[in-house]
Design a protein around this ligand. Structure first.
Ligand code: IPD
Length: 260
């Protein structure tokens, strides 16, 4: 965890500088509504270098630079890194984005760090050790009724004209809950579930670097994650629903039935 926190704080320094001069940044589109900036690439380089220096030979999967496999002696350790989760917010000057670092050993998530360098909120967890926001222990919200629940979501990156099924889902969830939020960083969305700020969250088509750290932080805060399409592990499928023990079933059903 120390290695992860130090790396995140180092990458945050250049990120905060870049955020201050965001109109001069080079920005391009990777796909429909999917931006990348020079700041993402710079931050990932810092994270690769710092994590690699502290733990030589461990694998690395990054949003911008792809996969470097672990050496044989690395016992299957792999960092899963999003240098800036919430790039669209970042390049539009909105202070809601985060560095997300997950750590896997032999396919199992064992640590996670999500850091918002603007608010200085550091969410972290180690398997079996609980989840924290700075010094405070985290616990998911205790609400038991969907009609009292505030649910976060993300709008999937799709081509024009393909949003029909998602919009039906959104309308259905909106009808049965107390409110919806769409803040634009899946990593922070998951951290907010762990912190009890949201009662639940769902999104389609996320990547491992968006969710790896958040999944562990939610579980360590007493919450649950599932794949609402029933196909397995949300880290692999990218379709994720998260909530407390009471709401995970009803929220999953709501999403699944919206398009039935
Ligand atoms: C994005 C954010 C956003 C989510 C997108 C992600 P990025 O990550 O997490 O909230 O809706 O699906 O791709 O591209 O800014 O790292």
């Amino acid at each position: 965890l120390n290695v992860m926190v130090n790396a995140a704080k180092k990458a945050a320094r250049s990120m905060v500088r870049d955020f201050g001069e965001v109109e001069q940044l080079q920005v391009s589109l990777k796909g429909p509504s999917d931006f990348v900036s020079a700041a993402d690439v710079r931050a990932e380089k810092v994270l690769r270098a710092e994590l690699g220096k502290a733990r030589p030979g461990w694998g690395f999967l990054g949003e911008e630079g792809g996969e470097t496999p672990a050496d044989e002696g690395a016992l299957g350790h792999r960092w899963i890194v999003d240098p800036i989760d919430g790039t669209t917010n970042f390049i539009h000057g909105m202070p809601h984005f985060a560095i997300s670092i997950g750590l896997e050993r032999a396919g199992e998530l064992i640590a996670g760090v999500i850091y918002n360098p603007i608010t200085d909120e550091l969410f972290f967890a180690e398997k079996g050790g609980g989840a924290f926001l700075n010094e405070r222990r985290l616990r998911v919200a205790g609400r038991q009724r969907l009609d009292h629940a505030v649910i976060g979501t993300g709008i999937p990156h799709l081509g024009r004209g393909e949003h029909g099924p998602y919009l039906r889902e959104l309308a259905h969830v909106m009808t049965h809950t107390a409110g919806i939020r769409r803040l634009g960083s899946a990593a922070l969305d998951l951290a907010y579930v762990a912190a009890g700020r949201y009662d639940g969250f769902w999104e389609h088509g996320l990547k491992p670097w968006d969710v790896a750290a958040g999944i562990l932080i939610i579980k360590e805060a007493g919450g649950f994650v599932a794949d609402f399409e029933g196909k397995g592990d949300p880290l692999q499928t990218g379709n994720i629903v998260a909530a407390n023990e009471k709401l995970i079933g009803p929220l999953t059903d709501l999403i699944r039935k919206a398009n039935a």
